[in-house]
Design a protein around this ligand. Sequence first.
Ligand code: CP
Ligand code: NVA
Length: 311
Amino acid sequence: MGLSGRDLLSVGDLSSEELVGLLARAEELKRGSEPGTPLARRSIALIFLRPSNRTRVSFEAAIARLGGHPIALFDREIEMGRRESVGDVGRILDGFVDGLVARIPSERDLRGLARAMRSPVINAMTDLGHPCQILADCLTVQEQLGHLAGARVTFVGDGNNVCNSWIEASQVAGIDLRVVTPAGYEPAPAVLQAAAQLRGVGGRVVVTNDLGEGLAGTDVIYTDVWTSMGQEEQHEDRRQDFGPYQVNERVLERAPEGTRVMHCLPAHRGEEITDAVIDGPQSIVFEQAENRYWLQLALLAEIFGSAGAEG
Ligand code: CP
Ligand code: NVA
C-alpha cells in the first residue's frame, strides 16, 4: 500500500483501494497483530488550536504504541499566525520532528503548514473536514454491518466538517449517504462538486431537509453537535433551527428496526441527541470512539512504516 511518507489532509486523499487496505490494517491491529515500532527514535508534533479529548489522546497513545514521542503544542504556546507565520511554524517544526498532526480551524492554514513541511502532515480537524474521524467511522460501519460499500448512512445535523468528510467517504467507499439538515445548513455546493470529482467507486449523496426521507431504509443514523467549536455565539439560533432534527426515541421509531446510532462526540446531550438514544441499545457511539485509536494506529503505521521510517 502506498501511504508511506504521505500527508492525510482529507478522505479524498485516499483511493478506494487504499481505504480498503487501511481498514483491513486497523482490523488486524485490533485483533492483536503486532504493529512494531516504526516511530522508534522519532517525534511527532501535535498542534491543537481547538479543544480535543478523543483525537489528541488517541493520536498520542498510538504514537507511543509505535515507539514514537508525541509533542503536543497549544495555541497559547505557538500563537500560530500571530507570534510567527504559519509557514515559519511549519519550516521550524520540520527541522525537529518527523511528522505533524494538526487541529487548526483554517483549512488554508493546514494546507500552508503541509506545504512548508517535507514530513507527513495529518489533518486532525479543520472547519472544513475531519478525515480521521470519518475513516474511523468507516471502520465502525464495516465492523457493524460486515460491509462498507453500499452501507446506507444518514447524517442528521450541520453540513460542515464532519458531514463534508462523509460526503468524500461516500465517493471513495461507495456509501449511500443521505444528509439531512435544516434549511440554510446544507453542505456547500463546492464540497459536493469536489467530492463528485474524486477517484473512487462512487456513492450516492442525497441532501434533504426532510428527516423522514433521510430515515427511510437507513442502516445508520449519524449525528454531530448543532454548535461546532468556534460557533458558540450562534448557539441560541442554532438550538431553534435544529430543534426538529434532534435524534430522539421518536426518530428511532420512524427508522428501520435495528438502525445503529453514531455520533462523533462530544455530545451535547439533550440537544442533537437524547440520553435515552445515546445510552440505548441501538447506540454504537462508544465502540465508535474507541475505533479512533485503531484507525489512527493503522494510519500512522502505514505513513511511517517502510519507506516512511527510513532516514
Ligand atoms: N470526535 C472528536 O474529534 O473528538 P475530540 O474533539 O474530543 O477530539
Ligand atoms: N462539528 C464538530 C465536530 C467535533 C468533533 C466541531 O467542529 O466542533
